[in-house]
Structure formats: C-alpha cells, structure tokens
Design a protein around this ligand. Sequence first.
Ligand SMILES: Nc1ncnc2c1ncn2[C@@H]1O[C@H](COP(=O)(O)OP(=O)(O)O)[C@@H](O)[C@H]1O
Ligand SMILES: O=C(O)C1=C[C@@H](OP(=O)(O)O)[C@@H](O)[C@H](O)C1
Ligand SMILES: [Mg+2]
Length: 160
Amino acid sequence: MGVGKSTVGGLLAQRLGVAYRDTDEDIVAAEGRTVADIFVEDGEPAFRALEKRAVQEALTTHDGVLALGGGAILDAGTRALLAGQRVVYLSMDVEEAVRRTGLGAARPLLAVNPRKQWRELMEARRHLYEEAATAVVPTDGRTPEEVTDAVLDALELKEA
Ligand SMILES: Nc1ncnc2c1ncn2[C@@H]1O[C@H](COP(=O)(O)OP(=O)(O)O)[C@@H](O)[C@H]1O
Ligand SMILES: O=C(O)C1=C[C@@H](OP(=O)(O)O)[C@@H](O)[C@H](O)C1
Ligand SMILES: [Mg+2]
C-alpha cells in the first residue's frame, strides 16, 4: 500500500505506449462507492471477491499495464490468475510507506496506527509478493520516473 503501483503503473503504460488500468478504480467505478465505503459497509472478504472479479475481467479484456491493490495477493483465486503474467513487486521500507500513505482515510487498513498496521500486513504478505513476482523493484529513495526506469530494465522491455 502506497508503494506507487498506481503512479508507476500509469507512467509505465505511457512509456510503453500501452493502456493502463487499476483494479481499485475499476471496482469503484462498478460499485459507485469508494474503497473505504466498501470495506466499512461490506467487509474485507466482500472487497476481495470484487477484487478477484476485477482482476479476472481486466486480464481478459485489457492488454497493457494493470495496477492491483496491495491486498489482492491475499486471495488464492487472484494468485492463480496472476500465474503466467509478468508481475512486478514494488518494495519499500516502513518509513517510506508512512510518508507516502500519510494518515488519510483512503486506505482503511492503515487508518489506525499506520506504522504498526503496515508492518503486520507486510509480515503476512511479503512471502506472497515474492512468490508471485517475476521481478522485484526497490523504490526507496527513487522518484516514480526512476522506479519506472527500473521496472523497464527488470522486465527487459523497451520504450515505445
Ligand atoms: N517513488 C515515489 N517517491 C515518492 N512518492 C511516491 C512514489 N511513488 C508514489 N508516490 C506517492 O505515494 C503515494 C501513493 O502512491 P500510489 O501510486 O497511490 O501507491 P499504491 O497504488 O501502491 O498504493 C502518492 O501520493 C504518490 O504520489
Ligand atoms: O493492501 C490492501 O489491502 C489495500 C490496498 C489498496 O490499494 P493500494 O495498494 O493501491 O493502496 C486498496 O485496494 C485497499 O485499501 C486495500
Ligand atoms: Mg493503488
């Protein structure tokens, strides 16, 4: 969460000359509610089910860069959908995470004690990110443009 998937995803798509989509945006558009409202009204399992559907839909109808939400990896069905795709894991340390996400309410899972919550989420998720990734790109101390360069390098892709 907050590592720059949406920001770098958009830049990467521009650099490659392909389309960009973000499953959080697809879910919000389809539901007509914010991510935070879906979490509060329906709960996290319901959000994960919507997210799995959004990933499946995007992988079948969209050809380009797709940014996922940070928790998508928790769903076994979503993980299965990612097998065979190029998957980039953008990493950062906790202090960088707190700087990037701030204390806003947009990310409900970090709303209370973000530093502790982020550490716990990463302990539960890190191995899943590492398993799914075909490339790992550290983002600490790098601008979004520099991260995008590093992703292009890691995937051995050339600009359009
Ligand atoms: N490399 C970076 N350096 C500094 N700030 C960044 C970087 N990448 C993204 N940000 C900022 O961090 C915040 C979270 O970025 P976002 O792309 O929404 O992350 P994610 O989609 O992974 O949650 C935004 O305010 C964004 O401008
Ligand atoms: O990590 C998570 O569980 C979440 C990450 C968010 O997306 P970003 O990773 O783009 O912030 C969003 O899907 C939701 O708030 C839950
Ligand atoms: Mg995002």
